[in-house]
Design a protein around this ligand. Structure first.
Ligand code: PGA
Length: 253
């Protein structure tokens, strides 16, 4: 059975004190969350180690929001896979639409980053999704297909054990607009179909595909109830312990 995952992407929010407060709030409510749901949080780089230490005895996984593709060297301001692994981080988010649009990361670069993460035995949460213009022109499937093909479809079959996908329509991120549960299901099923065609149905069925884009307690249950939706990558609503936990509980009800 596929893993159910709720991951909080905190982006460039929370200083150390704010993060510890948020983590305390989450920890206090962990007993309510069923074992079948994996929780992940993605703090800023400066808070990763503290988060790891605070969450050590809990099932909550600390993941990174990004990393550089090179092993080491003269890349001022960047962080390597080995540095993440060195503090216990096993998973990295790659290809978030903000990295693509603000920091000009394209599928070619992301393919390199994915390879580096996998070479370091890390797990990747890989984000894909179309911008509003593409959705309005009904080109969302082409865009997502191209992202998959260019960044991931040269991977060997066994690499897929370490890939989690996050479908995040860019027009729904931080905008309050959510894809309807039907739109999410339609795209998630399409993604699974592409993987089945390129690889096989066993791999396609085993990949967790999260939905991201204005997930909140009020809509999580409906979105997560879709057959091909295996959880959420949550931004804004993950910045409050109560709403993050409530989203995780949406699987239960
Ligand atoms: P949002 O962000 O939940 O604030 O829309 C989601 C994301 O960017 O991962």
């Amino acid at each position: 059975m596929r893993k159910k995952i709720v991951a909080g992407n905190w982006k460039m929010n929370c200083d150390l004190g704010e993060m510890q407060e948020l983590l305390t709030g989450i920890k206090n409510q962990l007993k309510n969350i069923p074992d079948t749901v994996s929780l992940m949080v993605a703090p800023a780089y400066t808070n990763l180690y503290a988060a790891f230490e605070t969450l050590k005895e809990t099932p909550v996984e600390v993941v990174a929001q990004n990393m550089h593709q090179e092993k080491n060297g003269a890349f001022t301001g960047e962080i390597s896979a080995a540095m993440l692994k060195g503090i216990g981080v096993q998973t990295v988010i790659l290809g978030h639409s903000e990295r693509r649009s603000i920091f000009n990361e394209n599928n070619q670069l992301l393919k390199e980053k994915v390879q580096t993460a996998l070479d370091n035995n890390m797990q990747v949460i890989f984000c894909i999704g179309e911008e509003l213009e593409s959705r309005e022109e009904n080109k969302q499937f082409n865009v997502v297909k191209q992202q998959l093909e260019e960044a991931l479809f040269t991977l060997p079959e066994k690499a897929w054990q370490n890939i989690i996908l996050a479908y995040e329509p860019v027009w729904a991120i931080g905008t309050g607009k959510t894809a309807s549960p039907e739109q999410a299901q339609e795209m998630h099923a399409f993604i699974r179909e592409q993987i089945a065609e390129k690889y096989n149905s066993e791999i396609a069925d085993a990949v967790s595909i999260l939905y991201g884009g204005s997930v909140k307690p009020a809509n999580a249950k409906e979105i997560f109830s879709q057959t091909d939706v295996d959880g959420g990558l949550v931004g804004g609503a993950a910045l409050k312990a109560d709403s993050f936990v409530e989203i995780a509980l949406a699987f239960q009800n």
